[in-house]
Design a protein around this ligand. Structure first.
Ligand code: GLY
Ligand code: MN
Ligand code: MN
Length: 462
């Protein structure tokens, strides 16, 4: 965790953005896997972490806007806990670490909130995503579970998004550490890949790279020769010569900052000419996007520019017909690139997604498109200095999508279906990097993972 002043200042900044009332930030509780005491690895709520820093279950933070005070609610450990868990800090000691001097037991929380409500004070809550916290909000505020989400405060969501979107220096340093682990994970996959080895062996080894340092993957690892399935968590195949392996992974370090990288590599370390042709189009789109990213440019426009690079490349290969601007305007490229160019990254790998993608990635100026493909873009608004985001273009040959478009004659004027069908079985290629928006451009975070054909083949040489 950071110095206490970091949390004090963040809460002060939040106070300035909210008019009055109480901000209620629920930490997470332990989550049972198969019985109560056999739990999943504990993951604290990111908003609680951001403002209260404490990485323990069963805590609640309250920021009293007019009263100018912050409160921490939780239960002190008793002797039974200490027998099983060893010596533990008191709630008061925990509060002091993050500059909160007023600490109370959890059973006092309900009374405090009820009193505030009686006095006509507003209670600001965020949209809960865990069942335990939905139930707790029902208990605390008397709102039926089915309605709790509707009571989330847009004012609070927007205030938090505005703070968390712009990363502080201390946060960037943590993200750099997460990127260093992501580098190790990707390079381990490159070194292990060869025909005959199981996908699962590589997936397990790269997860182990994170876990052996006390960290964890920032999301379930995507690793498959069927890279055309965008989020493929099936690792059951044996690596086969001539195919490619798509590896999308990152680390979440103990401060919970994340990294998120994708590389697509030839199983036996040498790209075929056909693979190189597609790979270099994706790489050109990735380069173009990184080059364009700077304060003031809408990421929506960067997405479209990357789509245009992809369309032009596919026109050169005879898979798309006609003019690239028209093809992109009609969404023809989305047959091959059916997802968004990237998303914010920070304490969550898809940063702040719990607060609502449209609040994080869009604003009054730029709203989400409804065209297939670009509709999945998580971040469309203008970039600002201090944003950290991913750049992850791809080209995929998805048999079911190709068949659907062909049979429904979608974008027939732009797609050369006869040529495209020759690529069924090719798989998919994605290249993903993490960037920081600087004063006048962008910076790739972490040591650059081998990315050109030559660099990857060199790294995979035995
Ligand atoms: N790791 C999933 C993604 O790249 O968004
Ligand atoms: Mn990824
Ligand atoms: Mn990503």
């Amino acid at each position: 965790m950071f110095e206490k002043q970091v949390y004090v200042e963040r809460r002060l900044k939040l106070r300035k953005k909210i008019k009055s009332g109480l901000v209620l930030l629920l930490g997470n509780t332990e989550s049972p896997m198969n019985y109560r005491s056999n739990t999943y690895r504990f993951r604290q709520d990111s908003n609680f972490l951001y403002f209260f820093g404490l990485d323990l279950p069963g805590l609640v933070g309250v920021i009293d806007i007019e009263g100018g005070k912050d409160y921490l609610y939780g239960n002190d450990f008793d002797i039974d806990d200490i027998i099983w868990m060893g010596p533990q800090p008191t709630l008061k000691e925990l509060g002091e670490k993050v500059g909160v001097l007023s600490t109370h037991s959890l059973k006092e929380l309900s009374g405090t909130l009820q009193r505030a409500i009686r006095q006509g004070q507003k209670i600001y809550i965020l949209p809960p995503y865990r069942a335990e916290n939905i139930l707790l909000l029902e208990q605390l505020l008397g709102i039926n579970t089915s309605m709790v989400k509707n009571y989330a405060s847009v004012e609070l969501i927007k205030a938090i998004v505005s703070l968390r979107s712009v990363k502080e220096e201390v946060e960037i340093a943590e993200i750099e550490k997460a990127c260093a682990v992501g580098y190790q994970m990707q390079v381990t996959a490159m070194k292990m890949s060869k025909s005959g080895i199981n996908e699962q062996a590589i997936a397990g080894a790269i997860e182990g790279v994170a876990i052996s340092q006390g960290y964890m993957p920032s999301f379930p690892i995507i690793l498959s020769q069927n890279g055309e399935t965008l989020h493929n968590h099936d690792h059951s195949q044996v690596l086969t010569s001539g195919r490619m392996l798509l590896v999308d992974c990152g680390a979440e370090i103990n401060s919970h900052y994340a990294s998120d990288f994708t590389r697509t590599i030839p199983v036996d370390g040498k790209f075929s000419d056909r693979q190189k042709d597609i790979y270099n189009i994706v790489l050109a789109a990735n380069n173009k996007a990184i080059e364009m990213a700077k304060p003031g440019i809408p990421y929506f426009d960067v997405h479209k520019a990357a789509a245009k690079v992809i369309a032009e490349g596919l026109i050169n290969l005879g898979l798309i017909k006609g003019n690239s601007d028209e093809a992109v305007a009609n969404g023809a490229h989305a047959l091959f690139f059916p997802h968004g160019l990237g998303h914010m990254m920070g304490l969550d790998v898809h940063d702040m997604e719990d607060l609502g993608e449209n609040y994080v990635g869009y604003d009054d100026e730029i709203s989400r498109a409804d065209q297939f493909g670009i509709a999945y873009l998580r971040l469309g608004r203008k970039l600002q200095r201090g944003f950290v985001l991913t750049v992850e273009p791809g080209i995929y040959f998805i048999p079911a999508l190709i068949q659907k478009w062909k049979s429904e004659k979608i974008n027939e004027a732009f797609i050369n279906y006869a040529a495209v069908e020759n690529y069924i079985g090719f798989g998919g290629i994605r290249i993903e990097d993490d960037i920081l928006i600087t004063d006048n451009g962008s910076k790739i975070l972490g040591k650059r993972i081998p990315v050109t054909v030559a660099e990857i083949e060199e790294m995979m040489k035995r």
